[in-house]
Design a binder for this molecule. Structure first.
Ligand code: PGA
Length: 252
């Protein structure tokens, strides 16, 4: 969506203890003071399960939204040790959930991801749906085939895609410091948006963000890709300074 709202989404992965809330307070303060730009973007942070309840209460009436990093593929309650259902997440006051992250796809296949998406939507959670090719698939020029399959196997034709933010995260770029060139990313982003729009017969542009080694420098380079709706930020979201610098640089 060319000039729509941008998303800066932080994925903390296995990071954070209760006192890490100070990182969010700093980011929140920056956002509130950034009067010149703050109508143009949204900030969402995904801490681990252990912090979801505390953070969702703390930031309930604030500008930062809280997301879960995953959910289980069964709903309500059940004998599934160590797992958390979409229903339980929703009841915390959480509005977003990341599904299909490549670090989880190692043990989750497309069928499981399809189930998670179905149940998350049923619970009225918005989804950050991660897709992306790995190094080998890229080398074999299978990127588009892989992306199409991930999208089509995850989603049903009747879903309201306004509740889904697609996160294009090439696996080879996550945590590696490697990123696609501006030209390649633009090509993939344009392809994905067009594909989704056609397949699901949308009369609007789906939201699509990029993730993988995002930092203040490459975020600025990618700013030239007008089709891109924002970023999913891992490593750099664990520091308020790095996260804020990405936003500052983006709008510089
Ligand atoms: P990274 O992680 O920014 O550390 O590469 C991104 C992600 O995994 O979502």
């Amino acid at each position: 969506m060319a000039n729509g709202v941008k998303y800066f989404i932080g994925n903390w992965k296995m990071f954070g203890i209760p006192s890490s809330n100070k990182i969010l307070y700093r980011i929140e303060r920056f956002f509130v003071n950034d009067k010149k730009h703050n109508k143009k973007y949204k900030i969402i942070i995904a801490p681990p399960f252990t912090l979801l309840y505390d953070f969702s209460k703390r930031f309930k009436n604030k500008k930062i939204q809280i997301s879960s990093q995953n959910c289980y593929e069964k709903d309500n309650y059940g004998a599934f040790t160590g797992n958390v259902s979409p229903f339980m997440i929703k009841k915390l006051g959480i509005r977003y959930v990341i599904i299909g992250h490549s670090e989880n796809r190692i043990i989750e296949n497309n069928k499981i991801i399809q189930e998670k998406i179905k149940l998350a939507l049923k619970n009225k959670l918005k989804i950050i749906f991660c897709i992306g090719e790995n190094k080998k698939q890229k080398k074999q020029k299978k990127t588009f085939i892989v992306l199409k399959k991930q999208i089509l196997s995850g989603l049903s034709k009747n879903y309201n895609l306004k509740n889904i933010i697609f996160a294009y995260e090439p696996v080879w770029s996550i945590g590696t410091g490697l990123t696609p060139s501006v030209k390649l990313l633009k090509k993939n982003v344009v392809f994905l948006k067009k594909f989704i729009k056609q397949k699901f017969r949308l009369n609007y542009n789906p939201k699509l963000i990029y993730g993988g080694s995002v930092d203040k420098k490459n975020a600025k380079d990618f700013e030239t890709i007008k089709e891109l709706d924002g970023f999913l930020i891992g490593g750099a979201s664990k520091s308020s300074k790095n996260f804020i610098d990405i936003i500052k640089n983006f709008y510089k």
